[in-house]
Write a protein that binds this ligand. Sequence first.
Ligand SMILES: [Zn+2]
Length: 204
Amino acid sequence: MKQCCYCKTVKSLDEFNKDKSSKDGHYSACRKCVKERKRIYYSKNKDSILKKCKENYFSDVELSRKRKREYTAKHRDSECLRAKFWYSKNKDKKSEYDKKYAKRNIDKRRLASKKFRNNHPGRKRADTAYRRAWRIKATPQWSDLKAIRMFYEKCPNGYHVDHIIPLQGKNVSGLHVLNNLQYLIARENLSKSNHYSIEHNGIK
Ligand SMILES: [Zn+2]
C-alpha cells in the first residue's frame, strides 16, 4: 500500500505506474492522478505540444513514416478502431482531403490505375461489364460481384466472358449475375451478339 502524493489516498501498489528510479519502484502519484495531470497539461499546452510533434515528425520524414508503419503493424486492431473513430467524426475533412490529394496526384493515379489494369486484364473486363450492367440496371442487389470478378479474372486465353441471356436481348433480358455467365471462344461470342436463341436454350 502507498499514499498518493496528490490525492493523498492510500492505494495498492498496482495502482501506481512503475518507476525504476524510485525507492519502491513506483511513481509517487497514482495512475489516476498522473492521467489527470497529463490531461490538464495537454489541454493547457496543446498548441506547443502539437507544434513540437510536427517538428519532430518532419525533421526526418522517412524515419517517422517507418516508425508509424511499424507501430501500426504491431497495433493493427487498435489503430483500425482509432482510424474508424476518427473517420466517423471527420467525414467532411477526409473527403475534402481525398479530393485535394486526387487533384495533386492526378498523373500518378492515372499511371497506377493503368498499370494495374494492364496487369489484371480480367479485372478490367469485369469492371467494364459491371459499369455497363449497372447503367442498364441489370445488376440486382444480391448479385455476387466478387464471384463475378473472379469469373472474369479466370477467363482462359482466347475466350470471352459471355452473358448466356444477353443483358439487352431481343426477346428477353438477362441479369449481370454469376449464373448468367459463361466462357465462349472469342469469335463465337462476336457472332452470337445480342441474339438469344430461345429454342436452343430450352425456354418455351
Ligand atoms: Zn492520486
